[in-house]
Design a protein around this ligand. Structure first.
Ligand SMILES: Cc1cc2nc3c(=O)[nH]c(=O)nc-3n(C[C@H](O)[C@H](O)[C@H](O)COP(=O)(O)O)c2cc1C
Length: 360
């Protein structure tokens, strides 16, 4: 087995390490450090407005001349956002959040939260016109027409799935590579539509990767729980041609996570995460804290709106350096993280470890 795969050759990268485009955390410094080290750094584009996205892409280009990617999430709820009139349960949501706001010394809220930004199409156009080397997609199916437009711009398209069925649908849309996201991974589950329960589409990486490899013809990238050379080699042994790594890169010097978040990643054990929809309205894996445990079993608002409802609490927690009242998106791999290296150093270390395993 070799670390160079047909996929790394096609992308012009040295090693099969893909850094997840984590919204708010994978900014130009992180993406460029990974690309400079021979992997594929991916800018987290969700949450940036059109001008910030364009300048962030320019900044990545300033920091590296290697291939890189830009990530956007394309869930149904952002393409056809719920309207204010359809929001139910706002009073219950505010009632769940208000005791936490009081604990944090923040003003309590009663009304409808700020509406989500409705600029997804404009942001897609920015990624297209910037002709970036790779476009990475989470939580949605871009469909053939959009994939063809990216191909015409010379952009390689990578999309993420949590089930075999969604992977087949992505392959039918013509994407160039598919990320198989196992249930142990951090952040949002890459469902196109929110399922009825968190258990749906939470198949572990060990089972999901070979299942998707056997179901599609395009290269597969494994995600979920890869933190070192051993897990990278395991991903390749399962038939993947690379690994997309989120949580491990979140705990690096270049990641934009605040310091208390990084400390939480160092402290948490692998069993301390949970899948919950309380932080955003969509199921995501987080480190359990006073927020995730204290919210209760009441309703959550649709994706975009729930993020608006919790925004002031998370912002207050970030400013106060309080890790108990923010969303600590992280995968089970957090239990295996004990340091905060530079991202380039981390790529080199994972490669060394993988080569040592392969030489056995
Ligand atoms: C903090 C954090 C933020 C994330 N944000 C995004 C995102 O904006 N877009 C996306 O496609 N995936 C996002 N993900 C999911 C990753 O793409 C990936 O599937 C996951 O991190 C892999 O599992 P791991 O965390 O065990 O490495 C995020 C993950 C984390 C931990």
């Amino acid at each position: 087995m070799r670390l160079r795969t047909p996929l790394t050759e096609r992308l012009g990268i040295e090693v099969p390490i893909f850094q997840a485009g984590m919204a708010g955390f994978a900014l130009p410094e992180l993406a460029a450090a990974v690309s400079n080290a021979g992997g594929l750094g991916i800018l987290g584009g969700h949450g940036l407005d059109v001008d910030d996205l364009r300048s962030a892409i320019a900044e990545v280009r300033r920091l590296t001349n290697r291939p890189f990617g830009v990530n956007l999430i394309l869930p149904e709820d952002l393409r056809r956002p719920a309207t204010e009139a359809s929001l139910r349960g706002v009073a219950d949501v505010q009632a769940a959040l208000n005791p936490m706001r009081r604990t944090m010394g923040l003003t309590t809220q009663e009304g409808i939260p700020p509406a989500p930004a409705q600029n997804l199409n404009e942001r897609i156009e920015v990624v297209l016109t910037e002709r970036v080397p790779a476009f990475s997609i989470g939580l949605g199916n871009p469909e053939a027409t959009l994939v063809e437009r990216f191909h015409a711009a010379g952009t390689f398209v990578i999309a993420m799935a949590t089930t075999k069925q969604d992977a087949v649908a992505l392959a039918d849309s013509g994407v160039d590579a598919i990320v198989a996201q196992g249930g142990e991974g951090g952040g949002h589950r890459s469902h196109f539509v929110k399922p009825a329960t968190a258990a749906y589409g939470a198949v572990g990486t060990m089972v999901l990767v070979p299942e998707i490899v056997d179901s599609v013809k395009v290269p597969v990238i494994a995600a979920g729980g890869v933190v070192d050379g051993r897990s990278l080699v395991a991903a390749l042994a399962l038939g993947a041609q690379g690994a997309l790594i989120g949580t491990r890169f979140l705990a690096t010097r270049e990641s934009a996570a605040v310091e208390v978040y990084k400390q939480a990643l160092l402290a948490a054990e692998s069993g301390e995460t949970a899948l919950t929809d309380v932080a955003s309205g969509r199921y995501a894996r987080v480190i359990r804290n006073a927020f995730s445990e204290g919210y209760g079993t009441g309703p959550v608002l649709p994706f975009g709106w729930q993020g608006g409802a919790v925004g002031d609490l998370f912002q207050g927690a970030r400013e106060a350096g309080n890790a108990e009242f923010m969303a600590l998106w992280a995968g089970q791999g957090t239990g295996r993280i004990v340091d905060l290296p530079g991202a380039g150093e981390l790529v080199a270390r994972i490669v060394r470890e993988a080569q040592a395993v392969l030489a056995l």
